[in-house]
Design a protein around this ligand. Sequence first.
Ligand SMILES: *[C@@H]1O[C@H](CO)[C@@H](O)[C@H](O)[C@H]1NC(C)=O
Ligand SMILES: *[C@@H]1O[C@H](CO)[C@@H](O)[C@H](O)[C@H]1NC(C)=O
Ligand SMILES: *[C@@H]1O[C@H](CO)[C@@H](O)[C@H](O)[C@H]1NC(C)=O
Ligand SMILES: *[C@@H]1O[C@H](CO)[C@@H](O)[C@H](O)[C@H]1NC(C)=O
Ligand SMILES: *[C@@H]1O[C@H](CO)[C@@H](O)[C@H](O)[C@H]1NC(C)=O
Length: 670
Amino acid sequence: MLKPSLLLSLAACWTHVLAVTVYGQEGVTQPSGVLATATATATANLDWLSNYAAYNNKTLTPPALPDPMPSTAFTIQVMNNAANVNGLSVQQSGDFFGFSIEMSVVQQVIGKNASFIAVPFLNLLATVADRAGRVRIRVGGNTQETATLVDSLPSNEMIAKDKENASNPTDTPILDFTAEMIYLMSNVSALVNAKWYLGIPFNDTSNLRLQIAEVADAVLGDNILAYQLGNEPDLYVSHGHRSSDYNQTSYYNEFGVVIDALNNDAKITKHGNLVAPSTQGTWTLQSVWDTGFLTTYQDAISVLSVEQYPDNNCAAAFPDAGFGDPVDPQSVFANYLTHASGQNIVNQYLSSTPLAAQYGKQFMMFETNTASCGGFPGVSDSFGSALWAVDYGLQMAYSNFTGALLHIGGQDVSYNPFTPPPTNLSSTEQWTVGPIMYSTLVLAEALGTSNTSRVLDTFANSANAYTPAYAIYENDVLARMVLTNFMTEQNGQGAYTATISVGGGDTGEANGTPSSVKVKYLLAPSVAEKDNVTWSGQTYGGRFQCDGRLSGTESIQTIQCDTTANTCQIPVPAPGVALVFISSDAQGVTEPSTTQTYSTTAVTKVKNTVTIDPSVLATSNGDSAKDRAEGSTSQGSSSDALRTAGVAPGLTLLAMFVAGVWVVVTAMRR
Ligand SMILES: *[C@@H]1O[C@H](CO)[C@@H](O)[C@H](O)[C@H]1NC(C)=O
Ligand SMILES: *[C@@H]1O[C@H](CO)[C@@H](O)[C@H](O)[C@H]1NC(C)=O
Ligand SMILES: *[C@@H]1O[C@H](CO)[C@@H](O)[C@H](O)[C@H]1NC(C)=O
Ligand SMILES: *[C@@H]1O[C@H](CO)[C@@H](O)[C@H](O)[C@H]1NC(C)=O
Ligand SMILES: *[C@@H]1O[C@H](CO)[C@@H](O)[C@H](O)[C@H]1NC(C)=O
């Protein structure tokens, strides 16, 4: 097992500094300003870990090439001017893909408490926020429904589970948590431009527990975006949370009860920011709208939401729960390697996305991933899942969803974008990043930071399902294209070349093909690959190898176009995704050297302290990357320093970041 021994530390000092403690590789508390030297051990036998779905060893066989084969040389004619295009989506933002973190795993994934934050988590968020401008995270899931905010817990715990009273087929534990969890989120937002969604418990609307919103309004301020009210209410009956006569009208009535209570709660300062109905398909959205839900409650809601996974692995996860025979992951692998998957998921919502626009609401896929009940080992953690998510995400964007949150469960699921090592190895092993994580980078860069990107499914190659292509218009001009190849090369077959032609010919537009384009590739040797994935030449690393940063040298291809023929030929390997930067604006803004850096001086184990220039922090409040100062970062990882953003004025903040371990943050208001 490769052990990156790189140690990065970063201290951000504003005005003055309070105590700092860093928990090093050996779990040793170091005096302020001194970091433990990372030790490159790595002799441990990690085989037993493959019993956890999150680190499983299953590698599938890539599906055979399609028969008939799609054309591997085709032309995509696109217009340059958005005014000449029908069917563009609503305006999208680079933070389209965010994360949904099951509340029960907050301590594993985010941090043990508000002063003990997982550094890899911050680094991972920073890779997205740097590209997207910000990153959206929901803390919730089934666990939110029964969670209760309490004043304190034994042993000063932040979250306590009551597994005895677990419910649902998915063994959802009942949780108690303290306000510390909300301070933890706030402290994350002080370091990375992260915005949050929380859930208000909806399990018992005659004994409401609104404290989560009271505290979050006060502590998170603008960093709380909205509150989900009710998680998959259409499963309440089958999960035993409501009596069998519970229906859409019952839900409608209960929802009204909570809105009244929220309006009458003086500690709740923000209103009109609920997320609903978060159904998962047992009830159609139309059946919820038919109750008058949208018209009655429109002022209380900011996000219309659904939750959907294209498949489930419940039979394997819960053998005795009556789900039937377990599904062989190999038998479903091909289902994910096609444009049809995203289309099929999105289709059922096409009649409702216009309502969101009509009522001025967002429309979000609030929880999604490859398969519920833990995913399919070998599928959910394969490069195929990354291709699937890129195409599915862009299909949602094209269909006027305004965001989607990729779910993160615990170590029992195989679909996590990222997973910390098991607790007893957290001082020796690093994190495991799933290939699906890379899709968040691709979407962020494809949509950019202008908030004006509109997405078009070009139905390229006669709408072939293995070679989908999207065009993205920004400020009304063609800016980027995303070309996906779901095939894995076999006997030299599978790669394709798309010939892009902008305007010209008989389109009614002047020739608009640039003299050259820049291209970034998402690549892996096959769709079944689990570890060796690169985005534009950089990687998070293989299992147990990630400290949250990308490593490797970023490589961007420049492809010369034929200005006489008005064409650019873009090769797309099998498998792979090509992000093509077409407009000169797009090519400039996404130059990685201007998107990836912060003014930091970083160190390896040779030198263990580092400071950020406070003036840089002062201007780095989540601003777009181009406003940021540049600087060198850690040796051997030129463009991937941990970025911090959004430190509020008036905070004294000192943070020390150590690759792969925890950070202690002490913050104080002046
Ligand atoms: C935060 O968690 C760390 C690690 O468990 C612990 O050492 C520390 O005492 C906790 N701090 C607070 C304020 O609870
Ligand atoms: C960070 O957490 C601490 C509690 O440990 C809290 O006092 C402080 O206000 C938090 N900082 C922010 C920016 O929320
Ligand atoms: C998305 O919204 C735009 C603007 O209203 C509309 O023109 C387009 O047809 C919508 N797309 C879909 C798939 O509904
Ligand atoms: C960690 O815990 C697992 C499961 O209890 C156990 O099998 C393994 O040996 C432990 N490893 C170490 C290094 O303690
Ligand atoms: C894009 O939208 C986000 C969220 O509303 C906002 O914070 C950001 O400033 C916007 N960016 C631009 C360039 O308008």
